[in-house]
Design a protein around this ligand. Structure first.
Ligand SMILES: CC(=O)SCCNC(=O)CCNC(=O)[C@H](O)C(C)(C)COP(=O)(O)OP(=O)(O)OC[C@H]1O[C@@H](n2cnc3c(N)ncnc32)[C@H](O)[C@@H]1OP(=O)(O)O
Ligand SMILES: CC(C)C(=O)C(=O)O
Ligand SMILES: [Mg+2]
Length: 616
């Protein structure tokens, strides 16, 4: 082969059809097409290790479960096992009455006869015959001119017709006919129409039957393959619209598309092809097939779904789809595969996570107000619609931000951290993530939160633990009665708390105008821990009799500037069935973080439990 300075010059550009009357660009999808799965034929023929009979049966049953009504089950003339699979399906009663099986045959009489034999006893069958029509195939593969290629198609169509009539009267089978001008997208468009006109005429000229009279279930199917994808999807759409507007008796014809993904545009080509007039789509579930695959029906169907159009295929349990496809084909699913990949609903990066978290909060409010529509940053569909849990949505590594981490904490523990506390905890998680150099699991983050804020069990306790407390009211000036001061400025609260401090029981006591200030005073005078509250918030967790309170507090040393929030304080979390208890626990959690390893004030108020504890 002569060498060229620029090897790309060895390729010729695709010549678009000079078609100016196109209408497809102004159209929108209105309804789902008729779907045909060719997983068991085109998908199977492309596998290094074709499926076994039991794998095919498993796949077939799954296709039925997903809602397919037309399934290409085999190329029966290829081998005994392909032939037997069709017979087994029929004889074992595996085909529901409303499902049409389809079988492929080339335009060769011996193979057509064999194909019909495989259909003995079927209730509904589509016989699919193909021959390539492009100039390259005519010249290189068949050594046939245009006329001879048409003759190949029509004589074998007549044979299919004769056999269909014979088998129909012998076995009561309902037959339909599909013809594919293989390599359609590389065939001269006017010639492709000419071939199909001749095939239609041959099919409709059969003896005495009313087949093809326009009833939906009997219309001839012209399947237009992009056997090899050679153009941009708009050029393919033009070819489809040209065919759809030039074939005669359009009402007697179903136009089907069969796209391959050589340029990575099979989904786009099929979508535009539907706008251009196609009624039916052939493809495979998750896109297995020759070379780069057939068009992926999961993507096509869920693209429609995301536009509010019911696809009439049920992908609500995507995990079972993935299991079936991977176990039957032996091929993995790419983690970024649209709708099905392990990572497609997952955000690692901080700004995506932040937007998703805010999106969920906004969505909840809209839903509460009765708005059913899904609209959420970065997530085109609700992951739950394909059986994914929200746990997969946000995952944490060193690219993550506070929003994502706060989302996980909220999902896993129902704790809605205040914004500045999110920033503080983000730093904790970030340092773990950088130190380990790996993604952090929900468990990692939950444990980090428990360790950092001493919540969630004895193993996470800090140096000081609240055992019990008692709160009493008192009045400062002695003139008011308790009833006058229930919420007045004169009201004083005295708190006595029983604590475990470094394993030793202590009682401390303090007074303030509320439980938290009383507790802070008790900590100051009892243990020498002198702190002031800079930020406090709380919310309920759960409802009914199980409701709990969660409190968040930031404490600072008393001499710190309480307004200068750039000076980080110490955060704490408290969870308790009682709102006062959760506040006290939050203060203690923050106090634990503030003391580090420093020495605490003397052993005032020790009681007998001290001795007991020391003895243990
Ligand atoms: C685009 C597609 O996916 S088409 C489907 C392709 N799938 C398969 O091929 C899988 C199953 N195929 C097979 O098992 C085998 O090819 C068989 C059993 C069908 C035929 O095997 P063989 O008889 O050994 O022939 P082989 O596969 O070499 O076929 C090539 C012959 O068929 C002819 N041929 C190819 N396609 C067609 C067609 N659609 N219609 C008529 N003849 C055809 C070729 O011109 C060639 O003829 P020649 O021998 O006179 O040169
Ligand atoms: C047999 C035909 C429809 C085919 O698989 C193709 O052209 O890709
Ligand atoms: Mg194909």
């Amino acid at each position: 082969m002569p060498m060229l300075a620029d090897p790309s010059q060895r390729y010729r550009p695709f010549k678009p059809l000079p078609f100016t009357d196109r209408t497809w660009p102004n159209k929108q999808h209105q309804k789902a097409p008729i779907w045909l799965s060719t997983d068991l034929r085109d998908g199977n023929q492309s596998l290094a290790n074709p499926m076994t009979n039991s794998q095919k049966l498993r796949f077939f049953s799954h296709l039925i479960k997903l809602g397919f009504k037309e399934i290409e089950v085999s190329y029966p003339a290829a081998s005994e096992s392909d032939f037997n699979f069709v017979q087994d399906l029929i004889n074992n009663g595996d085909i529901p009455d409303d499902v049409w099986i389809q079988v492929l045959t080339p335009a060769r009489s011996d193979l057509i006869r064999k194909t019909f034999e495989s259909l003995k006893g079927a209730k509904n069958a589509i016989v699919h015959m193909y021959n390539a029509t492009s100039c390259l195939f005519r010249e290189v593969v068949f050594n046939a001119d245009q006329e001879e290629t048409i003759r190949l198609a029509t004589t074998h169509t007549q044979l299919v017709r004769e056999l269909a009539e014979e088998y129909s009267s012998k076995y009561g089978t309902n037959f339909r006919f599909e013809y594919s001008p293989e390599t359609f997208s590389q065939t001269e468009p006017a010639y492709a129409v000419q071939v199909c006109e001749a095939v239609k005429k041959a099919w409709l000229s059969g003896s005495g039957s009313t087949w093809g009279d326009g009833r939906k279930e009997e219309r001839i199917i012209f399947n237009l393959p992009a056997t090899v994808e050679v153009s941009t999807p708009n050029c393919f759409a033009d070819q489809v619209e040209y065919f759809s507007t030039h074939i005669s008796e359009r009402e007697k014809v179903i136009i089907s598309l069969h796209t391959h993904n050589d340029r990575g545009c099979a989904v786009a080509a099929s979508e535009l092809g539907i706008l251009a007039g196609a009624d039916r789509i052939e493809g495979t579930v998750l896109g297995n097939g020759e070379r780069t695959g057939n068009v992926d029906l999961v993507t096509l169907a869920l693209n429609l779904y995301s536009q509010g159009i019911p696809p009439h295929l049920d992908f609500s349990d995507m995990f079972s789809v993935i299991d079936t496809v991977t176990e039957c084909t032996g091929l993995p699913v790419h983690p970024r595969h649209p709708y099905a990949g392990e990572l497609v609903f997952t955000a690692f990066s901080g700004s995506h996570q932040d937007a998703i978290k805010k999106g969920f909060e906004a969505l909840q409010k809209r839903q509460a107000a009765g708005d059913v529509h899904w609209e959420l940053p970065y997530l085109p569909i609700d992951p739950a619609d394909v059986g994914c849990t929200y746990e997969a949505v946000i995952r944490v590594n060193s690219q993550s931000g506070k929003g994502g981490i706060a989302y996980i904490v909220k999902q896993a523990q129902s704790l809605d951290l205040p914004r500045r506390m999110q920033i503080a905890f983000y730093k904790v998680v970030q340092s773990i993530s950088e130190a380990t150099g790996r993604e952090l699991s929900v468990q990692d983050i939950t444990d980090a939160l428990r360790r950092e804020y001493h919540v969630g069990g004895a193993q996470f306790d800090g140096r000081i633990v609240l055992r019990s407390y008692n709160l009493t009211d008192s009045i400062t000036d002695g003139t008011a009665t308790p009833a006058d001061t229930e919420s007045g400025p004169d009201r004083q609260r005295t708190l006595t708390a029983k604590l475990l401090v470094d394993g030793v029981v202590r009682h401390i006591s303090g007074t303030g105008n509320g439980p938290l200030s009383a507790f802070l005073n008790a900590l100051k005078f009892g243990l020498g821990i002198d702190l002031a509250i800079r930020e406090y918030s709380e919310h309920a967790i759960g409802g009914g009799s199980d409701v709990k309170a969660a409190s968040y507090v930031e404490v600072i040393p008393p001499n710190a500037d309480s307004k200068d929030k750039t000076q980080g304080g110490f955060w704490g979390i408290g969870v308790d069935p009682d709102i006062t208890g959760s506040g006290l626990r939050a203060v203690l959690s923050a106090a634990n973080n503030s003391i580090g390893k420093s020495e605490l004030k003397g052993a005032a108020f020790e009681d007998d439990e001290k001795k007991l504890n020391r003895m243990q």
